[in-house]
Write a protein that binds this ligand. Sequence first.
Ligand code: GLU
Length: 376
Amino acid sequence: MGEQQHIFQIFKRVVVKVGSSSVNYLNGKPNMSQIESLVRQLVDLYNQGKEVLLVTSGAVGAGSGRLGLKGRPKTIPEKQAAAAIGQSILMHIYEKIFAEYGVTVGQVLLTKEDFSDRRRFLNARNALCTLLRFGVIPVINENDTVAVDEIKLGDNDNLSALVAGLVDAEILFLLSDVDGLYTADPRKDPAARLIDDIYEITPDIEVLAGEAGSCMGTGGMATKLQAARIAMHSGVVTIIAGAGKKDVLRRVISGERDRTVFWPLENKLENKKQWIAYSSTVHGKIFIDKGAARALLGQGKSLLPSGVIGVEGVFELGNTVSIIGPDELELARGLVNYSSSEIEIIKGLQTRDIASLLGHKDYDEVVHRNNMVMNI
Ligand code: GLU
């Protein structure tokens, strides 16, 4: 009998977020030893067959450092300019170190709109999943150079939780200059104790989070709790742990308790699909045949063009539609991968015919299983 595995070891898709204070020194210069050790740990996970996504802060900080600015820039255009410079500095470093270990990285810069607009949400997900399929580690940050206030998430804790939900990750690491959530501020109270496991974010826990944060990053414990809350609702295990600790990822994954874990809610699937089921506007209907109804209901399959017999309404890629079975009853709701006019053309046909008829084939499915909720 082998040693018993810790539950974290069976997780396959991992998002790791690292904060500005772990990537840069206070003067904005890159902290090479910490970046190097982070990359080595990520490659080690990757080599174990895990799919790894890195969300990295530090662009504004690194840009400010290169420009010799004192502290974080104040105005939005200055932040945007600093981010443009710093983002390429960061990518240059990541690309170089990951390449030394034979791993390819791909830069992905996102804004808030990539999550709130379903079409862009699907596009972002497809891009990230394709990178993973190619064996690439996506290196993600907010697109600070173009993101003005209205479209900004503002902090990478929230961004990383949304990314984890976007790609259906199982585990999210928020690596930071703190080791987790304490019962009191450990810098002031020697009796402060690390909280191991959190199952619900209560008002008491929010009080503990306070307002901590360094001058380089924008986060702090408050944004980590927001992130944990998003992740918990998406079924993702979230872990806050110290970025500077040696082999922190390996040690936490193997079960060491030097961290705080936020456990997801039981009814995660319901929460995840609530948006489709209840929040989104239904733009039209897709009528399907008996075989497709059986495949959806009985076998948990996606909806392919071959099972579609009719379309009603005008809708675009990413809209929510109602899926109607042969007995005229609504069987499911889901997000479409093709517009109503495109589905008119490909209905009843095989997936292989899509490209020649539409001139493109971005998806095999009309509605993917992951974007579908049954029996509303
Ligand atoms: N996106 C910002 C940057 O790269 C950081 C946001 C954060 O610190 O959470 O500088």
